[in-house]
Design a binder for this molecule. Structure first.
Ligand code: F6R
Length: 607
């Protein structure tokens, strides 16, 4: 879950590395470092803490040169410290490595290497790479890396540089993402596209078991056995500005405001008049008709999208759906067959638990479809088909626009399945499609309430606990609203199906407990009104989400946030937006680091 960047060319490498790392900070930010190869020396600068500290350090002690590696870390082995920050060196300081992933057999490798006299200076698993490559080196860095990799078990995206082979960078990938960027007489490696977008849009996505050799005059890619690979060059269409804050105070706020366009871009080109185009599903009519069950696996916010997906798919496609947290799914014995469609939902496409889940489902004969936001990431590459969400890069650690884009993809999928399997007819499909088309506009209307939500949030930033209640298709939104608040503001918040309140949580309610209730028009509207009464009767404070024009809720709740009218099935994509804003403004008022909350990372590539 770290970020890697590397450069070889004619530019001053430090600015390329620091700029690249800034765009990768979402992958980890507890320490950072760079190594620059210049005039027969390798200069290393590393620092604990955020990237700014490293940037200040290189400003105070500049490092000239045109070839180098950079790394931003999220600790897995060894606490965050300068010694554990990458790059790591071999015994003689002639080889440097940066790494993202986990070396599973590092303890046994380390014991063996130490027994042969190697001296380790960090607590990391990564350092074994530097010493292994040192041992394997005779006269060719590429061959040394190749041999070293064969001894390693685990996952890696690796960048290697050596004084003994000065004009090159070696990169390798296994289960941790790595791309190669192609410029004019300059080449890059990076964990993700935004890191190099200021320099090039042409990238190659490395596959597992591939090694790239970058030299000033070109790039060669082979497999672990040295066979050369022909790789497609992908042109990235979104620009660097899309990955910047564009004037917003935080990425999260910018991303909340990008939701209308994320929804629009996700439905764009996929809506017919009375059908949905989802050819990327890559399933034949027969395979679609044979599906007996859908199993959704995901983590965190993506799991909440999956919970909404169950309602949508069951209602529109009439197929039974199970939703599993990926880290639970992988350790039980789920009943999966060739007639099960497994649907993996992941913004990053790199979540280790979700990846393990799809491998397990695949082994049982299930077809795998993923909903993913990151082109070329690992989960789509292991899926039979992928419905890409087009939310653009999501940098804020708390997922917002990726979530509403995932919901949008789930609507597309459910309508597609329902129509193909005859569960819904042309007329109903047309109605649903018309409503889908309205969603970007409706989402935009909610965002116009930003100033009111900010005011409300400031009033509530002093509370210590929150309860979120919803029913039916909006129950997962109660979970997601609570998750947003807790992860960025560190306020304790719980989401509950409102009907469960009387079975326990009602005991918590008093004048210090704000209760956010989702009471938009729905089949369970009256029941939600009842829940609001119950909270008020116990002196709780109610913030209610209600449908525009509803006067009933306003009589009972302390505060009302209005949501434009939409078909109930589409309401989650609207009700979540004010809850994201509420969480954002509370956290910002408290002075929290909204985009990089403590202990979290954007992409969880470890178990
Ligand atoms: C919360 C959040 C996380 C992710 C989870 C899965 O705001 O972002 O809960 O949803 O780590 O990540 P992906 O979707 O990348 O698999």
């Amino acid at each position: 879950m770290c970020g890697i960047v590397g450069y070889i060319g004619s530019k001053e490498v430090v600015s390329v590395l620091i700029d690249g790392l800034k765009h990768l900070e979402y992958r980890g930010y507890d320490s950072a470092g760079i190594a620059v190869l210049h005039n027969n020396t390798i200069e290393i600068r590393r620092s604990k803490g955020k990237l700014n500290e490293l940037a200040e350090m290189v400003l105070a002690q500049p490092v000239p040169g045109n070839i180098g590696l950079g790394h931003t870390r999220w600790a897995t082995h060894g606490r965050p410290s300068e010694e554990n920050a990458h790059p790591h060196e071999d015994c003689k300081g002639e080889i440097v490595v940066v790494h993202n992933g986990i070396v599973e057999n590092y303890l046994s490798l380390k014991d063996e290497l130490q027994a042969r006299g190697h001296v380790f200076v960090s607590e990391t698993d990564t350092e074994v790479f530097a010493h292994l490559i040192e041992e394997e080196f005779t006269d060719d860095l590429y061959a040394a890396v190749q041999r070293a990799l064969k001894k390693v078990k685990g996952t890696y995206a690796l960048g290697v540089m050596s004084l003994k082979a000065p004009g090159q960078i070696i990169a390798a990938r296994f289960d941790s993402p790595l791309i190669v960027g192609l410029g004019k007489d300059e080449y890059f490696i990076a964990s993700d596209v935004p890191a190099i977008l200021n320099h090039t849009r042409d990238v190659i996505f490395l596959d597992n078991g591939e090694i790239a050799v970058l030299k000033q005059d070109g790039v060669k890619i082979t497999n672990l056995d040295g066979e050369e690979k022909e790789k497609a060059v992908v042109r990235i269409t979104w620009n660097a500005a899309q990955a910047e804050k564009a004037g917003y105070r935080h990425f999260m706020l910018k991303e909340i405001f990008e939701q209308p366009i994320a929804i629009e871009d996700t439905i764009r080109t996929r809506l017919g008049e009375d059908n949905i185009h989802l050819e990327e599903m890559e399933l034949s009519e027969q395979q679609l008709n044979e599906i007996e069950k859908v199993v959704i696996i995901a983590c965190g916010t993506s799991w909440h999208a999956g919970l909404v997906g169950k309602f949508i798919i069951e209602e529109l496609a009439r197929i039974p759906v199970e939703v599993d947290i990926a880290s639970e799914f992988r350790y039980r014995s789920p009943i999966i067959s060739g007639k099960t469609l497994t649907l993996a939902i992941s913004q990053s496409g790199e979540t280790a638990d979700t990846m393990a889940g799809i491998r397990q489902a695949k082994a049982s004969g299930s077809k795998i479809i993923s909903i993913c936001n990151v082109l070329g990431s690992s989960i789509p590459r292991e899926s039979d088909g992928t419905i890409y969400t087009h939310a653009g890069p999501e940098i804020g650690v708390a997922s917002t626009k990726a979530f509403t884009a995932q919901l949008t993809a789930l609507y597309l999928l459910a309508i597609y399945l329902g129509r193909k399997r005859g569960a819904i007819g042309a007329e109903r499909t047309k109605e649903l499609i018309n409503e889908l088309r309205r969603l970007p506009h409706l989402a935009g209307n909610i965002l116009k309430e930003d100033a009111n939500l900010k005011k409300l949030a400031h009033e509530f930033s002093y509370y210590k606990d929150f309860l979120y209640l919803g029913r039916g298709i909006n129950y997962p939104i109660a979970l997601e609203g609570a998750l947003k608040l807790k992860e960025i503001s560190y306020i304790h918040a719980e989401g509950y199906p409102a009907g469960e309140m009387k079975h326990g949580p009602i005991a918590l309610i008093d004048e210090d407990m704000p209760v956010v209730t989702i009471a938009v028009h729905s089949k369970t509207y009256d029941k939600m009104l009842g829940n609001i009464e119950e909270v008020k009767a116990r002196d709780g404070i109610v913030i209610a989400l209600a449908t525009e024009g509803d006067t009933e809720v306003a009589k009972k709740a302390d505060h009302v946030i209005y949501i434009p009218h939409a078909m109930e099935i589409f309401s989650p994509i609207l009700t979540i937006i004010p809850l994201q804003l509420l969480a954002y403004y509370i956290a910002d008022k408290k002075g929290c680091d909204v985009d990089q909350p403590r202990n979290l990372a954007k992409s969880v590539t470890v178990e």
